[in-house]
Ligand binder design. Structure first.
Ligand SMILES: C[S@@+](CC[C@H](N)C(=O)[O-])C[C@H]1O[C@@H](n2cnc3c(N)ncnc32)[C@H](O)[C@@H]1O
Length: 489
């Protein structure tokens, strides 16, 4: 009788090695035996039938049945605690968070609340695999926890790095002197400048603003005697004013030309005031910055987390991944990426897109993956029969969930026993079919050994009346939730 490991069997069965280990522990695989820490299983043994997936056909009854397995807290329940904390807008006036309006971020208060509720230790390590603007790490720092973060987008990484660095008095003074001198000299300066190779570069600013804005950048780069951390802060303040000074605004999955009832006339003086206010806010917050060394921010995909993290080395994980809604962060942040010098050629942008989670249609959608969720497979099969605005959507969803399952696997490995993992996620809908990410991910996490403590729904996603009509009963599953998981064994 040939024996195989959980890893080898996972390829044959199309479910994760961790799930197979759980099935072995539950005595559900005939002939499985444990040697040390390794399970050995007869290669030809029958795959156990998964009771949880009995008669799933993708109807609204299935959503209800799956949801009924969990402790689901609705926004109007007296037990709802996170409602309104998912939104970054409350943080716009908060120290450090106001350095850049990262509208996909959540509030520092949400992170504090989750740590207080779930972290068993007063000191420990908090991980965020999708750190974005660094809200999780910032809250962890404020509370005295060490932290690790992964972020694939170099602009977001740069933003979080600036917010989390430590600055002594000398650096803070240097920063103030530098921005005051740059703003004073910029108007008088005559320089030659080149715009990035982005196709819309010429249309980003009105010409007077473009010249002034690019002169500031030139002067920042020309500051040879200042510390690199100060230079980065100057660049960040400058980048934070890019969108407000430009002719574009972030809207949905991309940029739209700003429209005004009356033509907007922006003067150099307006631009100067905007930059000065931005720099002054940074300066005021720097005076409150805490000396804290134990932050490890990594500019890499969280798909590679296991290369950096030891098993059982973190105490809590809090994150919000990109949602499966076709938003491409490299598209939304393309002005910052090009003007900030994080990409120089379209090939650089393409590489970034391929490294990001499969939440959009611009990455590499070629890989073939085995589905690890029967519920998801049924929904994707139903979707494949529909007429969609892009026929690659079913493939994107398969890859998105495969990425997310890999992230959950790696989170499980990285966590200590009794560690917690909180995922802020939004559900999405295509062709009238709702993909309930909160239920699909909770089900998967449970299958690999996590306890699903609760799913708290923060808000319902408001859709167009047309979308509302086609999603009908399933419409109430279009929502943003926090999935709270605990690793018990
Ligand atoms: C919803 S945002 C996170 C916001 C963050 N919680 C905050 O408060 O700022 C998701 C982030 O995941 C990043 N991302 C996408 N794919 C990634 C990957 N494979 N690895 C790491 N980060 C990724 C995006 O660039 C984006 O910044």
């Amino acid at each position: 009788m040939e024996l195989v490991t959980t890893k080898e069997l996972s390829v044959l069965w199309g479910i994760s090695a961790r799930r197979i280990a759980v099935l072995c522990e539950e005595n559900r695989i005939k002939g499985a035996l444990k040697k040390g820490k390794t399970w050995l299983i007869p290669k030809n043994v029958d795959k156990p039938y998964d009771e949880r997936h009995k008669r799933i056909t993708g109807t609204i009854e299935d959503y209800k049945k799956i949801e009924s397995r969990y402790n689901v807290i609705y926004p109007d329940s007296p037990n709802a605690t996170y409602t309104s904390l998912l939104n970054y807008s409350d943080d716009l006036n908060k120290p450090f968070q106001r350095w850049y309006r990262y509208k996909e971020g959540y509030s520092v208060e949400l992170v504090e609340q989750l740590i207080n509720e779930y972290c068993c230790k007063k000191k420990g390590v908090i991980l965020d695999p999708f750190s974005g603007s660094g809200s999780t790490l910032l809250a962890a720092k404020e509370m005295g926890y060490s932290s690790v973060g992964f972020e694939v987008n170099p602009f977001s990484f740069f933003l979080a790095q600036c917010k989390l660095d430590t600055y002594d008095k000398e650096l803070i003074d240097q920063f103030k002197k530098s921005y005051e001198s740059i703003l004073e000299n910029a108007e008088k300066c005559e320089i030659e400048y080149k715009l990035p190779k982005l196709s819309i570069s010429e249309k980003v600013f009105e010409k007077n603003i473009e010249r002034y804005y690019m002169t500031i950048c030139y002067l920042i780069d020309a500051e040879k005697s200042i510390d690199i951390k100060v230079k980065k802060l100057l660049k960040l303040g400058w980048l934070a004013c890019l969108e407000p000074l430009s002719n574009y605004r972030k809207a949905g999955n991309g940029l739209k030309i700003k429209k005004y009832a009356r033509p907007r006339i922006l003067t150099i003086e307006d631009a100067k005031i905007m930059l000065l206010e931005q720099y002054q806010n940074i300066y005021i917050d720097l005076l409150k910055n805490k000396d804290f060394e134990n932050i490890n921010l990594i500019n890499d995909s969280c798909m590679n987390m296991n290369k950096y993290l030891k098993n059982n080395s973190v105490d809590g994980i809090i994150f919000s991944p990109p949602y499966a809604n076709c938003f491409d962060y490299t598209e939304i942040y393309k002005l910052e990426l090009w003007f900030g010098g994080f990409v120089h050629e379209y090939a650089d942008l393409k590489k970034l897109r391929c490294k990001s989670l499969h939440s959009h249609l611009n990455g590499n959608l070629n890989p073939e993956v085995e589905s690890r969720s029967e519920f998801l497979s049924i929904l994707v099969d139903k979707l494949s029969e529909k007429k969609l605005w892009d026929k690659k959507i079913p493939k994107m969803l398969k890859l998105y969930y495969d990425d997310m399952f890999n992230v959950i696997d790696q989170c499980y490995e990285a966590l200590n026993i009794n560690g917690f993992c909180s995922i802020v996620v939004g559900n999405s809908a295509y062709g009238g079919i709702v993909f309930p990410a909160d239920l699909i991910l909770a089900q998967y996490a449970e299958s690999i050994g996590f306890k699903v403590d609760k799913i708290e729904i923060d808000r319902y996603i408001i859709t167009s009346s047309q979308q509302y009509e086609i999603t009908k009963d399933a419409g109430k599953y279009l929502r943003e939730s926090v999935i709270c998981l605990v690793k018990n064994k």
